[in-house]
Design a protein around this ligand. Structure first.
Ligand code: I3S
Length: 128
């Protein structure tokens, strides 16, 4: 059957390869470690697995579970300020657990899509 106009693609499910680093963990500043990460949005959870050899899928990456996971509920995301990184297209994600991540892609369309999806997800789950 075809999609009705009400069945929009779910922003709660998205995946892709992004460049990611933590900058704060539970309120403590940590050293940057930019890593290519296979990133999966599932509901309000954002899952990261180490990307390998530029692979474009989770499958075949030899990774059976995510390396780390953040809960987007009560979090915030926006463009990172220039002092956070010299890279272009960087998002700053703050979680309620006081973990801060920088998320980057050289592809402007990709990063714009992620910003929109993450913001929508945070809104959608605002009162949970
Ligand atoms: O915020 P910083 O300290 O300038 O971040 C850079 C460092 O993490 C650097 O690694 P070292 O800690 O080994 O110096 C990274 O290679 C850089 O990529 C970091 O800066 P950018 O501007 O790329 O986020």
């Amino acid at each position: 059957g075809s999609r009705s106009q009400w069945e929009l693609p779910k922003p709660s499910e998205k995946c892709g390869l992004l460049t990611v680093t933590k900058i704060t963990e539970h309120g403590k500043k940590v050293r940057k470690n930019w890593t290519s990460s296979w990133t999966v949005l599932r509901g309000s959870m954002l899952l990261f697995a180490k990307g390998q050899g530029g692979g474009t899928s989770w499958f075949g990456s030899g990774q059976s579970k995510p390396e780390f996971t953040v809960d987007l509920r009560g979090g915030a995301v926006d463009w990172a300020s220039k002092d956070k990184s010299s890279k272009k297209n960087v998002l700053e994600l703050k979680t309620r657990q006081a973990t801060e991540l920088l998320i980057q892609s050289d592809n402007e369309t990709v990063i714009n899509d992620w910003l929109q999806t993450l913001q929508e997800t945070i809104c959608t789950h605002a009162w949970e």
